[in-house]
Design a protein around this ligand. Structure first.
Ligand code: ATP
Length: 619
């Protein structure tokens, strides 16, 4: 008895989108279905490690592709793991993947852009409907009886029917009743060509039907050995790229890859790729990670997150170990010494690949940086052993060119340091615009000292771990006192001492008036054009970080800022001579405007504006 069920809303949306945005890329259906068939064979082989009986009845795993011109059908058949009734409903009626919501939210309605996105999302099984007006799946799960097979049929509109049925052998047979678009594939040469191009790296033999008078022969059309096991010299760039697409379902070419056989304390082969675009779920902690684990060519698991540190989670690829046991579990991976060696070795390889790109293909590196730079920054805190190597790969905005595009390396910065400069200066703010126009930069701009402009979310966190580069400490220009003495001449120093002395009474008065709100008031050298600014102590959390923590719902200490005033500014000079009533208003305006510029919200904006207006009319 068959039952009719509706697709999950997302599936309907996906089907619509796919048919409209991928019509020019029809042949991907074959790649997706063959890829699923190959995964199904991999899974069976893996399960058979514990339960050899699963394989015994038919141990030659293979995928078969055939077509019938008269009936207008194409069939993809595998003897892999198959699916049970419940699995069919779960797998072919819904999209269970994490990040599905985010994916649909990120669609723009612009077909070209969405086609890009859908490539990243991976269209999978549903791509069958690009070329088929009806799809039939007949499947029997390994280990179940012949009468526990399942037939699933859908026209890709909004629903499917499902029924229990019989199937003589294990595995899945998918029959596509092609539509007009699909008719071009009812052709041996066409099918063979597409299979060769996209499936050559698949380790399971793909067979095509060879029709000869009264008997049917099956002919293998791919090389059928796993790509990574071949020697580099025998693999073309096209084959590397095709394998990347198979792994990642990303239709864009990868930016770079590295393929090595590692021998020594731990033996393994790695083939690792850097994608061109960040996946939409890069920031989703539960998202699938990129590296597949094989042991002696047997597929073990997807997203083996132990194989690479998390700051390299954008890397896609395969690691095939010769040392791990075939029955390795995620728990074992966590403890294993071999895995630790693999992780360290792979991180080094990826960093090497990035160094090479930064050095020899700066344009590609800029692309990489825009997509994945923020993730790589996490490495400065996560991977202390490689910290200095990672640091060289980081790119910043800086006052050198005041560009929002992050393109300045620490090596560039160091090469431009002023004579006598022994520190690397930076500022962290909420946004690039905030950082760029901060009053804290005034003296640095005047003296021609470069300051790095930081405004990514991860920056504050990163800086708690990353304090030194090339023997030079990193110093915030908005924390603590500044020691720029070595850049001042005698005259400036003398002036400094004089004004500090002359403004002592004003400083004391301000301190008394603002004592509830500030920790200290002092005369500063860091300002040129602004009357005042706020800073925090050298070892205190920055106001920007405190705000971020607060937004994230954390308890934060109440840190009072230090107010610094610029004795050379006319406003400050004016305040110096005011009587008490006006003085109180001016004092709080000096503080409030410094807070605003820093990016803080002031407690009572209305009162601030009122005071300001009053003072303006007095002026
Ligand atoms: N030939 C098959 N044999 C057994 N299971 C299959 C087969 N084809 C699909 N499936 C099951 O259906 C699920 C959904 O397939 P689909 O291609 O839509 O997504 P996916 O393969 O999980 O994702 P992606 O294609 O992006 O990797 C698979 O994860 C698998 O469990």
């Amino acid at each position: 008895m068959s039952t009719t069920m509706g697709f999950q809303t997302e599936v309907k949306q996906l089907l619509q989108l796919m048919i409209h945005s991928l019509y020019s890329n029809k042949e991907i259906f074959l790649r997706e279905l063959v890829s699923n068939a190959s995964d199904a064979c991999d899974k069976l082989r893996f399960n058979a490690l514990d339960n050899p009986a699963l394989l015994s009845e038919d141990s030659d795993l293979r995928i078969r592709v055939s077509f019938d011109e008269a009936a207008k059908t194409i069939t993809i058949d595998d003897n892999g793991i198959g699916m049970s009734y419940d699995e069919v409903i779960a797998n072919l009626g819904t999209i269970a993947r994490s990040g599905t919501k985010e994916f649909f939210a990120s669609l723009t309605g612009d077909q070209q852009k969405d086609a890009q996105l859908i490539g990243q999302f991976g269209v999978g099984f549903y791509s069958a409907f690009i070329v088929a007006q009806k799809v039939e799946v007949l499947t029997r799960k390994a280990g179940l009886n012949a009468d526990q097979a399942v037939r699933w049929v859908s026209e890709g509109q909004g629903e499917f029917t499902i029924e229990q049925t019989e199937k003589a052998n294990r595995g899945t047979t998918i029959t596509l009743y092609v539509n007009e678009e699909g008719e071009t594939f009812l052709n041996e040469w066409k099918l063979r060509d597409v299979l060769r191009r996209y499936s050559d790296h698949i380790s399971i033999p793909i067979q095509m039907e060879k029709k000869e008078e009264d008997k049917t022969e099956w002919e293998v059309v791919n090389q059928a050995n796993a790509l990574w096991t071949r020697s580099k010299a025998d693999i073309t760039d096209e084959q590397y790229k095709a394998f990347y697409t198979h792994l990642s379902h990303d239709y864009d070419e990868p930016l770079a890859w590295t393929h090595n056989r590692v021998e020594g304390r731990s033996e393994y082969t790695q083939l690792l790729y850097i994608p061109k675009h960040a996946p939409f779920d890069l920031w989703d902690r539960d998202a699938r990670r990129g590296v597949k684990l094989y042991v002696k060519r047997v597929f073990i698991m997807d997203d083996a997150e132990q194989l690479l540190p998390s700051y390299l989670r954008f890397v896609r690829g395969v690691i095939d170990s010769s040392d791990l046991p075939l029955n390795v579990s995620r728990e074992i991976l966590q403890e294993s010494r071999d895995v630790k060696l693999i992780r360290e070795g792979s991180a080094k390889r990826v960093l090497g690949m990035l160094e090479d790109m930064a050095e020899n293909r700066p344009e590609d590196y800029a692309l990489f940086w825009t997509e994945f730079g923020q993730v790589l920054k996490e490495g400065l805190g996560e991977d202390m052993a490689n910290q200095q190597r990672i640091a060289k790969l980081i790119r910043f905005s800086s006052t050198f060119d005041d560009q929002a595009t992050q393109a300045v390396s620490l090596a560039d910065y160091v090469a431009r340091m002023k004579e006598g400069q022994d520190k690397i200066y930076y500022i962290v703010a909420e946004s690039f615009a905030n950082a760029k126009s901060s009053p804290h930069l005034e003296i640095f701009r005047q003296k021609g000292i470069e300051v790095l402009l930081l405004s990514d979310r991860v920056d504050e966190w990163m800086l708690t771990y990353f304090r030194e580069f090339d023997g030079k400490s990193l110093v915030s220009v908005s924390k603590g006192g500044l020691d720029l003495d070595q850049f001042s001449n005698e005259e400036e120093k003398k002036h400094q001492e004089e004004v500090t002395e002359a403004y002592k009474p004003l400083v004391e008065r301000l301190q008394e008036t603002l004592k509830e709100r500030v920790k200290e008031v002092r005369v500063t050298t860091r300002l040129v054009d602004s009357p005042s600014c706020v800073v925090v102590g050298q070892n205190e959390l920055s106001p920007h970080l405190l705000r971020m923590l607060k937004q994230a719902g954390q308890e934060v200490p109440d840190v009072k800022p230090i107010l610094e005033i610029n004795p050379d500014h006319p406003l400050v000079q004016k305040v110096k001579d005011l009587t008490d009533a006006d003085f109180t208003d001016w004092a709080s305006v000096l503080l409030d405007q410094a807070m605003l510029v820093e990016g803080a919200q002031i407690d009572d904006p209305a009162a601030f504006v009122k005071k300001l207006n009053k003072l303006l009319t007095q002026a």
